[in-house]
Design a protein around this ligand. Structure first.
Ligand SMILES: [Zn+2]
Length: 462
């Protein structure tokens, strides 16, 4: 038997109409007054909670006695709890985690689970693999939210010229970004590129395709910007969008230098889908407050004022009735802006997203106490080095490897290691074994993501 094409999701006319019905209210909500947004959130939250209390045995137990309490008094749902109680959290008793996981292991393209639902897993950089599930209506809601992201980024859609869209991301169908590759949109020509492909091959394909829009994981887009600056990549995208990883200032500058345009960053997770994105002002990312509530909080789940970084985010997803997520804990560090955006959109702005908690490296202090090394320490040192790229990998509790991509002649290894070692000691850490590894290719995760700082997972630390 010849191998058949993986199943794709075609946005046919009935689906397109259903999508438009979801897009229009999202568009209207963007300029509501703050009061109206809050009233809308309150109403949507009541509906979601009523549904959860009626159909989810987990929430009946988890929120027992708190059914009428305000959101900020409800317990926090961790990823571990979500995965342990998954079968009871879902509101459809025919969905079972074990079956969905088995399905995800063999899924080929864009295939519905049991013909009714769509499921995705997270890459598991935090060590716990999350699985999320939606109905088809909810899937269309995600498309509607994504169309907001692209509309704000000013994607060039014209009927005269079919826009060419190149996306560099995971092509694994169980990954939410990978799944998107199997969607067939009318009027758009898409070139899906796998992040695990060798860079020269990606460059060649992009040179042939000449995309109008280039999108993908931030780390990969940054590498492509460097290729453009080096003269090997020769494309002229009109829009560049980034997702999935924190877009550092350095990457933003390189993208601007390469193509003369500012990238549009988006923020989200497998569980929330896209939850915030940039507008043309590039002052930060507007939270999609009509579909999600993001609470920026400290370690003890107390709200953090605008202008200050939180230690985590509690997400309440207002559109997923299949797997309700109420105060779901994400380890991202966000800082909300204190000023409204001049673009006229009333949704709150995320001014800055800090490296994810997974990028924080823990070392032992003089008496064995954990010492926290913020990602910024490495960014500050590595950015100035005469090298083409870098990665920090914590191999063991007391060993860190610096991968340096194509170091230039003036790179001084011993001096660099000495400096980093001193910095770590200044922070109270016992000096770990530090080494430099010269490389012509950076390490990628199974998903093809380039993780700049790879800390040991929590469970490996002790
Ligand atoms: Zn704005």
């Amino acid at each position: 038997m010849s191998q058949s094409e993986p199943p794709v999701y075609r946005l046919n006319l009935p689906r397109l109409l259903a999508l438009i019905l979801q897009v229009l209210p999202l568009r209207r909500a963007e300029t509501w007054s703050r009061d109206r947004i809050r009233a809308h959130q309150d109403r949507e939250l009541v509906r979601l909670r009523q549904h959860a209390y009626a159909h989810s045995p987990f929430y009946q137990r988890f929120h027992k006695g708190l059914e009428r309490r305000p959101l900020h008094e409800l317990p926090v749902l961790t990823k571990k709890e979500l995965m342990q109680s998954w079968d009871e959290i879902v509101t459809d008793r025919s969905l079972r985690l074990e079956d969905v996981q088995r399905f995800l292991e063999r899924v080929q393209g864009f295939e519905p689970y049991q013909g009714t639902h769509y499921a995705y897993a997270t890459g598991g950089t935090t060590g716990v693999k999350g699985v999320t599930v939606y109905s088809e209506k909810e899937l269309l809601r995600i498309f509607a939210m994504t169309s907001r992201t692209t509309r704000w980024a000013g994607m060039p859609f014209s009927l005269r010229e079919r826009p060419r869209l190149a996306i560099v991301q995971s092509l694994l169908p169980w990954h939410v970004a990978g799944g998107a590759v199997f969607i067939r949109l009318p009027l758009v020509k898409t070139l899906p590129l796998d992040t695990t492909e060798p860079l020269p091959q990606l460059v060649q394909k992009l040179n042939d395709f000449q995309p109008h829009v280039l999108g993908g994981f931030a780390g990969n887009i940054q590498l492509l910007a460097q290729e453009q600056l080096a003269g090997r990549l020769r494309i002229a995208p009109r829009t560049v969008t980034t997702t999935a990883e924190t877009l550092k200032k350095e990457a933003r500058e390189q993208i601007e230098a390469a193509w003369g345009i500012e990238p549009f960053d988006a923020y989200g997770s497998t569980e929330t889908a896209v939850a915030a994105s940039e507008c043309q002002e590039h002052r930060g990312l507007h939270v999609y407050e009509d579909v999600v509530i993001l609470e920026v909080v400290d370690e003890d789940n107390r709200p953090v004022p605008p202008g200050t970084f939180g230690k985590k985010v509690l997400a309440t997803v207002l559109w997923n009735y299949t797997l309700p997520l109420i105060r779901y804990e994400l380890s991202d560090h966000l800082k909300l802006a204190s000023e409204p955006c001049p673009c006229g959109r009333t949704f709150q702005l995320i001014e800055e997203i800090e490296g994810r908690e997974e990028q924080v490296i823990f070392l032992d202090g003089a008496s064995g106490e954990p010492v926290r090394i913020e990602p910024d320490l490495f960014f500050d040192h590595m950015v100035l080095l005469p090298i083409d790229g870098w990665q920090v990998v914590q191999e063991r509790k007391d060993a860190i490897t610096f991968l340096v991509l194509r170091p230039h002649a003036e790179f001084k290894k011993t001096e660099f290691l000495q400096r980093i070692g001193n910095e770590l000691e200044k922070l109270g850490a016992r000096r770990p074994t530090l080494r430099v590894e010269r490389t012509s290719e950076l390490r990628r995760t199974k998903l093809g993501k380039l993780i700049t700082i790879q800390a040991l997972r929590t469970e490996d630390r002790r």
